[in-house]
Design a protein around this ligand. Structure first.
Ligand code: IMP
Length: 437
């Protein structure tokens, strides 16, 4: 934490976290803040994540690499809480290299877990077994990789460099999974062939493999500006999200210390990123979902199609019950509101302020999925604004109706808006909280 004259505190460890169901525009906010950062850290998830970053008038789709890769000065860390498909990581490094980004500083935790090819097959099979209750996963093997981590026969990045250990670990996993694969009529895997392939990936990545916990603790000691980049969103949290329609890690700020190997007290600021409306991909409860013409308009204007799977995203009104919950579980110190420009031209806007469940008004997210499915959103309505706001550079210049919408968001979520994003470009960002300038 850096104390400036006049008592203002400049946070030097910031967590950027998604407040909804992912795809909130964290990439844009992280990229914006990364311009000043010394270090950018991805803490959880794998290549189920996907965000577009616009740099030098080019569009980059990142899935595994932290957003600081565009600046050769920035140290990028893929921390121990991640699950990494090494082949996908090598392909992503090559892809951005073809687009002209070569000089990258990326370090991969030796404790991170490895997504193996049988995880991808298992992801498909588990979805098939769930039938009508399928989660709509990204099919990147994320859930099964985390299953193996907790079952304690996961493959870690450090294992990739030690052939004997790797063969041993893969053999244990396959002794369990090959009979399962046979039972489902799927092809089995050969432990030796996988060992050869994955050891090779390890050797290709070895100059990037490090004890990133040691690195981070040292960088914190040196008072570096560190940005922890969330993937997915709080409502997809394994513990606090809309279980079972969640991902298999915790995309909350609370999980950052655990997943990065640092102490909780080291986090100074938490920026909760939310769209000015809501979206969700995959199945699962979505109380404020709309499916009419307004949804289509928002989808087209906001280009609401998945970066990883290309699926059209489901669209809904902003849900302040979800945002307040997210603010509480993350300790959100400020909101970053994205895609506000998409709402220009709408006659009416709505914010869900509570739910009705069995005749009672509730202000929380029910634990029981079947209850959450039954809630009815209670809305407040707002008049829209007609003006194009995408080139506005200050809060004061926003249309009055837009300001009213923003004030209502702050009031309902009990959280200040720290950053506004009015378009995909870095310049289309208005910072309201000077401590994160
Ligand atoms: P998995 O993470 O692939 O297991 O998918 C579990 C759920 O999380 C599915 O509903 C996915 O659509 C969703 N999900 C996973 N990653 C993302 C993301 O980066 N953005 C939005 N949704 C995601």
């Amino acid at each position: 934490m850096i104390m400036l004259s006049g008592g203002m505190i400049l946070a030097n460890t910031i967590v950027v976290v998604g407040m909804q169901w992912g795809d909130e525009g964290k990439g844009k906010i992280t990229d914006f803040l990364a311009g000043k950062a010394d270090v950018v850290v991805r803490c959880q998830g794998g290549n189920n994540a996907g965000h577009s970053v616009y740099f030098d008038y080019k569009k980059f789709a990142l899935h595994l690499l932290p957003s600081g890769v565009f600046n050769p000065r920035v140290i990028n860390i893929m921390a121990s809480g991640m699950v990494v498909h090494p082949k996908a990581l090598l392909a992503e490094i090559e892809q951005i290299s073809h687009q002209g980004i070569n000089d990258i500083q990326v370090y991969l935790s030796d404790r991170a877990h490895v997504v193996m090819p049988y995880h991808l097959v298992l992801d498909e099979l588990i979805e098939r077994v769930r039938g009508a209750d399928a989660i709509g996963t990204t099919k990147k093997g994320i859930g099964p990789a985390y299953m193996d981590k907790t079952a304690r026969f996961g493959i870690r990045v450090c294992d990739l460099l030690d052939e004997t250990r790797l063969l041993n670990q893969i053999s244990v996993a396959l002794a369990f999974y090959n009979p399962v694969l046979v039972a489902f009529g799927s092809e089995t895997f050969d432990a030796q062939a996988l060992t050869n392939e994955y050891h090779h990936y390890g050797m290709q990545l070895r100059h990037r493999i490090a004890d990133t916990g040691v690195m981070l603790r040292q960088l914190i000691k040196e008072n570096k500006y560190i940005l922890f980049e969330g993937a997915q969103g709080s409502m997809l949290c394994l513990d606090h999200g809309t279980y079972p329609f969640v991902t298999s890690s915790s995309p909350t700020a609370t999980s950052v210390p655990l997943n990065a190997g640092i102490a909780p007290r080291e986090i100074n600021q938490v920026i909760g990123v939310t769209k000015a409306y809501s979206t969700r991909v995959g199945a699962g409860v979505f109380p404020t979902e709309i499916t009419d013409q307004i949804a289509s308009t928002i989808r087209e204007r906001g280009k609401e199609y998945g970066t990883t799977t290309g699926r059209p995203r489901r669209i809904g009104w902003l849900d302040s019950v979800v945002l307040r919950y997210g603010a509480q579980i993350n300790g959100t110190t400020g909101l970053a509101l994205t895609l506000l420009d998409v709402l220009s031209g709408m006659d009416e806007l709505k914010i869900c302020v509570a739910y009705r469940l069995d005749g009672n008004i509730i202000h929380h997210v029910p634990a029981k999925y079947q209850d959450y499915l039954r809630v009815e959103p209670i809305y407040d309505s707002f008049q829209g604004w007609k003006e194009d706001i995408s080139a506005i550079t200050s809060y004061e210049s926003l249309p009055e109706n837009c300001k009213k919408y923003l004030q209502a968001i702050e009031a309902y979520t009990e959280t200040k808006i720290a950053v506004l994003s009015l378009g995909p470009d870095r310049t289309q960002t208005v910072v309201l909280d000077p401590s994160i300038q």
